[in-house]
Design a protein around this ligand. Structure first.
Ligand SMILES: Nc1nc2c(c(=O)[nH]1)N[C@H]1C(S)=C(S)[C@@H](COP(=O)(O)OP(=O)(O)OC[C@H]3O[C@@H](n4cnc5c(=O)[nH]c(N)nc54)[C@H](O)[C@@H]3O)O[C@H]1N2
Ligand SMILES: Nc1nc2c(c(=O)[nH]1)N[C@H]1C(S)=C(S)[C@@H](COP(=O)(O)OP(=O)(O)OC[C@H]3O[C@@H](n4cnc5c(=O)[nH]c(N)nc54)[C@H](O)[C@@H]3O)O[C@H]1N2
Ligand SMILES: [Mo]
Length: 745
């Protein structure tokens, strides 16, 4: 693609370089076959010309000298850092032979297919996994699968669909659309919208709403840019959000502030919920959460009395003890106030044009891979038999059960791992040492990545280099508009796209023939339900909203019969109503009503231990310039956030003799890491905040150092096995305990 004149390519950013869960439209500028700069596309309705630092730094990421651009084979011991460059043919042949051999000896289920967070990888990885015949798809070490899945499960059980705060994102003309109504209040619950790019949600939309008059209620133990501008800031003890939601429901129900007409017509189980919330008066919530009862009352009244209002929530909700239950309680707030699928409330979010990135339904899987696979999915999927909700909702493995199975080999051994888009040891997994020890014993591990990281160094037998978002095609339907990512330049070095790699491997490993010859055929097959294809979308500038009247467009679809398969009005639940008493939870053997569960460690559960480790540790607040463990090697980005820092309250720091900028140990019963102190009045005196996934790519990559991951990764202080009854949620990522001490030498 050698060109001398600068050319502009319109595309959609989604991972492999920029990180991100957003779907930002961008302009990729290309000269002489190289990307010279990347900017936000002013005509794209998602980000309207804006772009984060990670997007702007893409050229530095793409052409970084440390990038791996050839397939590698390990030649020394695992972790020794000795690699040999091999051809793609040798890499493919080796993997094919190994994985076929393992399948014939131990069954396809003995191979796990591991990804990190969403990105655009779900399609490629499940495509390969189903073709190979394994049911085991997992985010290894993500305790309680606590990333969006608990929230999605609760929403599915309550109203059959997913909902998000309405910032006009489902309308092409955005805020100018006459159908749109601005939320009077937005509750930002456990999220820092401007620092991260969230699940199909662009954080600055909240600021767009604020500029137009929306007011804020923020529930966050830290002070943030948003909390400093909020009418109410609820600064709670981390992990106690469940009781705050229940107390807010108590106030709204007992004071009669709910939407009586909506509840009567569209909700099921109101009396049961009413009875349950009597157990949670605001005074009880105050005792547990450290939040004054009157502040909880104020937040509840403002939210319920000002319709429409919306709730925008974040990952800490999933990471709570019983995360799916906390999600359910928060979900009920928008349910009983009738703030669902109304303009300015919580609008039902559906994939644009009905396009999904990979097959979900059993019917589709049967057609593609045969009935036997579908049967085996649930029979052999790790954790599905321990947790009915794991079996009944989404095809994931339960990660806490997986680690036990890797250690014990029961009920069957795990022999190999295909790891694509995940840094397990360096950030994703709680208790990485345990994962390191368990995974080192596997017979065969493939890592598909862009850079070496603690996981690839520690574990890979074969490293397959992938290209970035500017070097490959892709598509995106999460949530709207429908978009395509467009290949702007040739692949750097010998790197290939994830889809190219997985299609080739699928062809070699499939038990039934793959019906697609090219990746483009797969994309067009997924896009055809939307009456479009890749080229059409590309020609339109990379995106398209669904036509008027399409079921994926808002509002009030429950009145119009647009939510249920039978076409009747109502919600897609067993009763056709919003189920405050969730039949689906009941069917899964779970409490159908929300309740409060205390974090496993802390002042209430372990008061003696808390005397020794007197601070609540919340981990993983997002940095706007990094995506999880990525980007630490990119100069522009590292300059903005150079060190792993712990945020600590100024008075607390003074008490333990720590000054701003000093290095400290952060320690708890599970381990000790080093962080630089950021002394700040914005932290609650009893809460410290530590970002996750820190490693130092500039240090020795070989074991045991593994890029200093044991010194700086906060997951050395977290643990597995707190997942609660549903199998979803309940990690201690956000509500751990620790003590902080100055490093003397
Ligand atoms: N303590 C603590 N731990 C946490 C969290 C927390 O809040 N606190 N958050 C958790 C959550 S919510 C999540 S989702 C996980 C995320 O965990 P992961 O998704 O595993 O995140 P990363 O550490 O960024 O690892 C991603 C790897 O994939 C590579 N990569 C990026 N894009 C692509 C691509 O397109 N193709 C391929 N093949 N590779 C790519 C990157 O180079 C990187 O090495 O971490 C979890 N871990
Ligand atoms: N730039 C960037 N963007 C990202 C990511 C990234 O790594 N970098 N990761 C992506 C992924 S996979 C995810 S899951 C999302 C997560 O993104 P978010 O859901 O926004 O999560 P955080 O930014 O970790 O935390 C948001 C806020 O929750 C607060 N918080 C911590 N514990 C609690 C608690 O117990 N209760 C309450 N109420 N608040 C609490 C923190 O102080 C923080 O201000 O971000 C996504 N976007
Ligand atoms: Mo996540």
């Amino acid at each position: 693609m050698a060109k001398s004149k600068e050319e502009k390519v319109l595309s959609t950013l989604w991972s492999a370089g920029c990180g991100s869960h957003g779907g930002c439209g961008c302009e990729i500028f290309v000269k002489d076959g190289k990307v010279t700069r990347v900017e936000g596309d002013p005509n794209h309705p998602f980000n309207q010309g804006r772009l984060c630092a990670k997007g702007l730094a893409l050229p530095q990421y793409m052409y970084h000298p440390d990038r791996v651009t050839h397939p590698l084979k390990r030649v020394g011991e695992r972790g020794e850092g000795k690699w040999k460059q091999i051809t793609w043919d040798e890499a493919y042949d080796t993997i094919e032979t190994k994985l076929k051999d393992i399948r014939s000896k131990y069954g396809a289920e003995s191979v796990i297919f591991c990804q990190g967070t969403g990105r655009d990888i779900g399609g490629a990885i499940t495509f390969l996994m189903y073709a190979y015949g394994s049911p085991n798809w997992v985010q290894v070490g993500l305790a309680g699968h606590a990333c969006y899945t608990p929230r999605l499960g609760a929403m599915y059980a309550t109203h059959g669909h997913y909902a998000v705060a309405d910032c006009s994102q489902f309308l092409e003309k955005r805020f100018e659309d006459p159908e749109y109504v601005l939320p009077k209040y937005i509750i930002i619950w456990a999220q820092n919208p401007s620092a991260g790019c969230h699940d199909g949600f662009y954080g600055h939309w909240i600021i767009d709403c604020m500029k137009r008059g929306s007011k804020l209620i923020v529930i966050d133990p830290r002070s943030t840019w948003f909390s400093s501008r909020a009418e109410v800031h609820i600064q709670n003890r981390p992990g106690t959000d469940g009781i705050i939601a229940l107390a807010m429901l108590n106030v709204i129900i007992n004071e009669g502030l709910y939407d009586k007409e909506f509840v009567k017509k569209w909700c099921y189980g109101f009396e049961e919920l009413k009875k349950r919330v009597q157990e949670y008066p605001p005074e009880k919530a105050e005792e547990i959460s450290w939040v004054p009862a009157d502040l909880i009352r104020k937040a509840a009244r403002l939210y319920a009395n000002n319709k429409p209002s919306a709730i925008q929530w974040g990952e800490p909700v999933d990471a709570m003890p019983a995360g799916s239950v906390v999600s359910q309680a928060i979900n009920h707030l928008w349910a009983i106030t009738g703030n669902i699928d109304n303009p300015g409330g919580n609008v039902i979010a559906r994939n644009s044009h009905g396009v999904t990135t990979y097959p979900f339904s059993s019917a589709e899987l049967t057609e593609l891979y045969g009935a036997d696979l579908v049967k085996r999915l649930n029979e052999k999927r790790i954790g599905a038999n321990d947790y009915p909700m794991i079996k009944g909702f989404r095809g994931w493995v339960q990660p806490d059960v997986l680690i036990e199975q890797m250690e014990t080999g029961k009920p069957y051994p795990v022999k190999a791992a295909w790891i694509q888009t995940s840094n397990i040891i360096g950030g994703q997994a709680a208790d990485p040492r345990r994962h390191y020890n368990a995974m080192k014993k596997l017979d065969f591990i493939v890592c598909v990545d862009i850079f070496q990281n603690p996981t690839t160094m520690a574990l890979a037998d074969i490293f397959l280099p992938v290209c970035t978002i500017c070097e490959r095609d892709s598509f995106r339907s999460w949530w709207q508009p429908l978009g395509v990512s467009v290949k702007a330049v040739d692949e750097v070095g010998e790197s290939k796209s994830d889809w190219d790699i997985n299609l080739e491997m699928a062809k070699r490993l499939a038990t039934t023939p793959i019906k697609f010859n090219t990746v483009r055929e797969i994309f067009d097959d997924r896009l055809k339900v939307g009456n479009t294809n890749f080229e059409k979308l590309k020609a339109k500038g990379g995106w398209e909203f669904p036509p008027k009247g399409d079921k994926t467009r808002p509002y009030y679809r429950y009145e119009k019969g647009l939510l249920r398969a039978d076409g009747k009005p109502g919600f897609d639940t067993p009763t056709g109503k919003v189920e405050l008493y969730a039949k689906r939870f009941e069917e899964w053997g779970l409490d159908p009503l929300p309740y409060y569960e205390e974090p496993k460690e802390g002042p209430v559960s372990t008061p003696d231990l808390f005397k020794k480790y007197p601070l609540i540790l919340t981990t993983g607040r997002r940095s706007p310039v990094f995506f999880h463990s990525e980007h630490r090697m990119v100069p522009w980005l590292r300059e903005l956030d150079p060190d792993p820092v712990i945020e600590i309250n100024d008075k607390t720091a003074a008490d333990i003799g720590v000054a701003n900028g000093e290095w400290v140990y952060v320690e708890n019963p599970r381990g000790k890491i080093k962080m630089r102190a950021k002394v700040t009045p914005t932290s609650h005196p009893k809460v410290v905040t530590v970002p996750h996934a820190w490693w130092l790519p500039e240090t020795d990559g070989k074991a045991p150092n593994l890029f200093s991951t044991w010194d700086h990764n906060v997951n050395n202080l977290t643990s597995m096995g707190n997942q609660g009854k549903s199998g979803f949620g309940g990690t201690n990522l956000r509500s751990n305990i620790c003590r902080v001490a100055k490093i003397k030498d």
